[in-house]
Design a protein around this ligand. Structure first.
Ligand SMILES: C[S@@+](CC[C@H](N)C(=O)[O-])C[C@H]1O[C@@H](n2cnc3c(N)ncnc32)[C@H](O)[C@@H]1O
Length: 258
């Protein structure tokens, strides 16, 4: 990302309710699949962004939630939302790198992550999570997956820019086994979870920003590029999906990790 694009990217993304697909219903459905949690679990939300799903989790679970992201402005925005809602006693926004999370091993009962783990590579992320979970710990995360093997070049090239290693849901299930997890369930996010809190506010925000950058060709080109994402989703959503995976730390040692 060049510097100007990065600036415009954050102007579009930071005010959104969330920075990826997801909604309260899907979070509730995933949490219901975590069948062996203690009544008030210790939860880590990895790559929380501005915390749309962190606040959903706080609504759905009485547990304590640490919300981690390395983008400080997003974490600050979540901290403000937490204060406004009086949740400071059990939601702790933290700036940090999920590749090197600042917690001792076996600190959590549940690791949650919506659309973020892939950023450090799924296998590495699952290894990190395995270490942070106590015995019987759970994971619930979403990841973009291909639904068909022959996506048109336009959509494949678009994902290649951000997520060249994107794979299929069965491949993620197999990776979970390889990394020492047992799958408890998985489901595909409904289309509404892409639009309501993500693409609709994104398109609205892009419309709002265009007049402010009328004489800035670079900014307008960046907005055009960002506007392509929801447009491509309208045309090609049959070819890919966001899948929620829910898994439990198994008793077997992860393969290849000794
Ligand atoms: C697609 S956004 C998803 C945000 C949020 N979970 C949601 O669904 O709205 C991915 C998030 O991961 C964060 N991220 C990427 N790499 C990270 C890393 N190494 N450590 C912590 N956060 C990271 C980004 O800053 C961003 O907020």
């Amino acid at each position: 990302m060049n510097e100007r694009f990065r600036e415009i990217f954050f102007q579009v993304y930071e005010p959104l309710p969330r920075q990826g697909p997801g909604n309260l219903d899907s979070a509730g459905r995933a949490l219901a699949l975590c069948r062996h949690l203690p009544p008030s679990p210790m939860i880590l939300d990895m790559g929380c962004g501005v915390g749309g799903q962190t606040l959903h989790l706080a609504h759905l679970s009485p547990g304590t939630i640490y919300a981690l992201d390395y983008h400080a402005p997003s974490v600050r925005r979540l901290a403000r939302s937490v204060t406004t809602r009086g949740l400071e006693h059990r939601v702790r926004p933290i700036v940090g790198d999920m590749a090197y999370p600042p917690f001792p091993p076996a600190s959590f009962d549940l690791i949650w992550s919506e659309g973020a783990l892939y950023q450090i590579g799924m296998e590495r992320a699952l290894g990190v999570c395995h270490g942070l979970l106590g015995p019987d710990g759970h994971m619930a995360f979403t990841d973009a997956v291909w639904r068909k093997t022959d996506p048109p070049a336009e959509i494949r090239e678009s994902f290649d820019l951000d997520y060249p290693a994107m794979t299929t849901a069965p491949a993620i299930v197999s990776l979970l086994g390889h990394c020492g997890f047992e799958l408890l369930g998985r489901f595909t996010l409904p289309d509404q979870a892409w639009w309501q809190d993500f693409y609709c506010p994104m398109e609205e925000r892009i419309r709002e920003l265009r007049p402010r950058h009328l004489h800035d060709a670079q900014a307008l080109a960046a907005l055009d590029l960002l506007a392509r994402e929801p447009e491509l989703h309208r045309r090609y959503s049959d070819y890919y999906a966001y899948e929620f995976f829910v898994a439990r730390k198994g008793t077997k040692t992860p393969q290849g990790r000794g």
